[in-house]
Design a protein around this ligand. Structure first.
Ligand code: A2P
Length: 315
């Protein structure tokens, strides 16, 4: 297994199990399968609605002696309705309670977007808090407090553009250790990657396989299918591996972590085994030609009429 050493010397396992879209009733078993297969990194979030089941699975793993707490890396994320200063630590404590843990390895601000506290998913302008009402730096200060008091070993952000990272770095006492963003061969984000490596921020890629299990309303017509992309398929044939393994191995070749989601035991194992595949310079050159800046998760769902958030990714 490959690890990335963060600025604070914590070691992030390069491949983690994604749990976005993993249904309750299935996610617990998936986490146990993953741990048995050798995963030591599980990516969670309160908004996925499945942390309690993951917590039960983790307890089972500890009790059965499959793994020790200190050998696991557990990430979770602060949802948009808990950005206000008095909401951050309580939201983190709820996640810790659900996951049945006394600390997280990494806690991320899920989006640079704030909702009012009683709103699950904002769909009207009045359900949002503006950046002035909930400044991201105030939320970040609370993340730093959680870091300082040991509730979390590392802190970071998700879905932050280079501009938003730069703004945050101006007033942050502790820089984010990680930025989790969408990454795959159709979306290389080279400039962001370069900025993050220059600032010792590790990028973690979500939707590495194209997230085809997203709900229909999140999908555009005629979305490209990454797993059937002919360049990816031809590289997979050459290495005698699966297209998913090529997509995941590509992350390791760029120094980014990656969190493929699966609830299928065979695919969970297959995805972890992608670290055994070494893409050649020629493969990487071919994959370079696929970059279209294409996003499966375009964040347009936060852009409501007269709402405070536009162009979330600053592009
Ligand atoms: P499943 O959970 O049934 O395995 P992403 O990680 O980009 O969000 O993609 C998740 C989607 O990719 C899910 O539909 C998941 O289905 C599927 N998937 C996960 N691993 C593989 C794999 N190795 N080969 C093909 N599809 C996969």
């Amino acid at each position: 297994m490959k690890f990335y050493t963060l600025q604070n010397k914590q070691k992030l396992p390069a491949i983690g199990l994604g749990t976005w879209k993993s249904d309750t009733g299935k996610v617990g078993e998936a986490v146990l399968e993953a741990i048995k297969a050798g995963y030591r990194h599980i990516d969670c979030a309160s908004v996925y609605g499945n942390e309690a089941e993951i917590g039960t699975a983790l307890q089972t793993a500890f009790k059965e002696g499959l793994v020790k707490r200190e050998d696991l890396w557990i990430t979770s994320k602060l949802w948009n309705n808990a950005h206000e200063s008095d909401k951050v630590i309580p939201a983190l404590k709820q996640t810790l309670k659900d996951l049945q843990l006394d600390y997280l390895d990494l806690y991320l601000i899920h989006w640079p977007v704030a909702f009012k506290a009683d709103v699950g998913f904002a769909s009207k302008a009045e359900e949002f808090l503006t950046p002035e009402e909930a400044p991201i730096i105030e939320t970040w200060k609370k993340m730093e407090e959680a870091y300082n008091n040991g509730l979390v070993k590392s802190i970071g952000v998700s879905n932050f553009s280079m501009k938003k990272l730069k703004d945050l770095l101006v007033d942050a006492t502790h820089a984010p250790q990680v930025n989790q963003v969408e990454l795959h061969p159709l979306l290389h984000q080279e400039e962001l990657l370069e900025f993050c490596s220059n600032n010792s921020i590790i990028l973690t890629g979500y939707s590495p396989l194209g997230s085809s299990d997203r709900s229909q309303e999140m999908k555009k017509d005629n979305e490209p299918n990454l797993l059937e992309n002919e360049v990816i398929v031809s590289i997979a044939k050459k290495h005698n591996c699966s297209p998913a393994q090529v997509l995941l191995s590509w992350h390791l070749s760029r120094g980014t972590a990656v969190i493929p989601k699966s609830t299928n035991p065979r695919r969970i194992k297959e995805n972890l085994e992608s670290y055994q595949i070494s893409l050649t310079e020629e493969d990487l050159q071919k994959i370079k030609t696929l970059d279209k800046g294409y996003r499966y998760v375009d964040a347009k769902f936060f852009e409501v009429p007269n709402g405070p958030y536009k162009n979330i990714y600053d592009e």
